[in-house]
Write a protein that binds this ligand. Structure first.
Ligand SMILES: Cc1cc2nc3c(=O)[nH]c(=O)nc-3n(C[C@H](O)[C@H](O)[C@H](O)COP(=O)(O)OP(=O)(O)OC[C@H]3O[C@@H](n4cnc5c(N)ncnc54)[C@H](O)[C@@H]3O)c2cc1C
Length: 407
């Protein structure tokens, strides 16, 4: 203790001496300047100018800057597209949406689950309508297998309800975190064989236009509005209600096949494309060589379930998946381990699940520990199946040239 006290005293003494020297130097400088008037005037003018600039910086600007601006900043899941919006509302009724639109004179932006990755959800200084609290199920007709929902509902919440009636969403993405409105607005696609994007399962829309008018659109009533709102990225109005066709929830069995890229076209056309028993299918292409595809097909089956979970719950722990993702994205060795060890183990066992289980993945399994340190971005290229053979080598050449880390 005594030693510490002595060390502190020594440091303080030295600091005091240094300050005394600096202060003495400053006093001598000022005296010297004061003795010569031609230096004194510019010196004091510069000092006054610096003081004035500091004062102006301190008192100018928005006094509530720190408090208000962070609240106005919205971002998508990548965290690389921050946008300052003017006003943000989270409506729970159509009236609140109409009121917000009518009270706004400038641009309007709309956010659903905020998973689109190109800044589509926001616009500088716009009125931002956050749809996530506008999320009720309005009508469920279990005989006609149709459901009408408010557009801010996420797939998982809808799945939990339709599953009780052994029904399923007909077309949606692989993950269940997206809102119905956001999915319809981008005309999303899924892994469903024999169906195109979501548009074919949308029966009717209700939207609020930029003038605050409520409009119903389907294939007979306002068909041009119906066609442009689906895939319209919110460009012609706020989708408030969506009516969807549902299908039966069935049991599905996983079947995998390793196929060379050069043979994939024939494989797909002969065993997947026209097979009505295939519900989901996707092909995982192995980097960095991009020469082999793991086709994962889920066929309708009567076999006994190997897992009885009906809908994947939210909030599961995905620690292991995250570690695998880190390993695979870490370099060529990680990719080799995935192709030769991890995937063969993952796909070895027989799997029979409910369709709703396979349709309710959680994006949390892909999420890095923190988006502040690293992020990932999804890129999609739409190519005809018949062009896959010529497309893949060209794609690989671009990735190689720019050293892209593809998983
Ligand atoms: C991990 C991951 C996997 C994905 N997989 C797929 C996939 O398999 N298939 C696929 O097609 N896409 C996929 N996507 C992309 C994703 O489906 C789309 O970005 C989808 O729009 C996300 O829905 P969202 O609720 O987050 O919409 P947001 O990103 O919030 O919004 C998307 C667009 O719709 C507009 N919008 C949102 N709600 C409304 C509304 N109520 N009225 C009018 N306009 C509105 C927004 O302004 C924006 O332009 C994936 C994305 C991620 C991150």
């Amino acid at each position: 203790m005594k030693k510490l006290y002595r060390a502190l005293k020594f440091i303080l003494n030295k600091l005091g001496a240094l300050l005394r020297i600096l202060f003495g130097f400053l006093v001598r400088c000022i005296r010297a300047i004061n003795r010569r008037k031609r230096y004194a005037i510019p010196f004091y003018s510069i000092l006054a100018y610096i003081f004035l600039v500091i004062l102006v910086i301190k008192i100018s600007g928005d006094s509530s800057y720190d408090r208000v601006i962070p609240n106005k900043r919205i971002n998508d899941v990548t965290k690389i597209n921050p946008i300052h919006v003017g006003r943000e509302v989270s409506p729970q009724t159509i009236e609140e949406i109409i009121e917000a639109i009518k009270s706004s004179k400038g641009p309007i932006s709309i956010g659903g689950g905020r998973f689109s990755m190109g800044g589509q959800i926001g616009y500088e200084n716009s009125l931002h309508i956050d749809m996530r609290k506008f999320n009720k199920i309005l009508r469920l007709d279990t005989v006609a297998k149709q459901v009408t929902v408010q557009a801010g509902i996420v797939w998982r919440d809808l799945q939990k309800v339709v599953d009780r009636h052994n029904l399923s969403i007909k077309i949606m993405q692989t993950y269940a975190n997206f809102t119905v409105g956001g999915s319809v607005s981008v005309n999303c696609h899924g892994r469903y064989i024999g169906h195109g994007p979501i548009v074919s399962s949308v029966l009717e829309l209700k939207l609020v236009t930029a003038s605050g008018e409520v409009m119903t659109a389907n294939r007979n009533q306002n068909p041009e509005v119906f066609a442009t709102a689906i895939g319209g990225y919110g460009g012609i109005g706020v989708l408030v209600e969506v009516t969807l066709q549902l299908v039966d929830n069935v049991k599905v069995e996983r079947q995998t096949s390793l196929v060379q890229v050069n043979d994939y076209n024939d494989f797909f056309n002969s065993t997947i494309r026209n097979d009505k028993t295939v519900i989901f299918q996707n092909g995982d292409l192995y980097p960095p060589n991009f020469d082999l595809i793991n086709s994962v097909a889920w066929r309708k089956t009567d076999k006994a379930l190997t897992d009885t979970v009906r809908v994947n719950p939210a909030g599961e722990n995905y620690w292991l998946e995250r570690q695998v993702m880190r390993l695979v994205s870490s370099g060529k060795a990680g990719k080799w381990i995935r192709r030769n060890w991890i995937d063969p183990i993952l796909y070895r066992s027989e799997k029979v699940l409910w369709r709703n289980r396979e349709a309710s993945y959680d994006v949390a399994e892909l999420e890095p520990k923190s988006r502040e340190e690293s992020t990932y971005v999804l890129q999609e290229y739409f190519i005809p199946v018949n062009s896959i053979r010529s497309f893949i080598p060209k794609m690989k050449a671009i990735y190689d040239r720019y050293h892209v880390n593809i998983i």
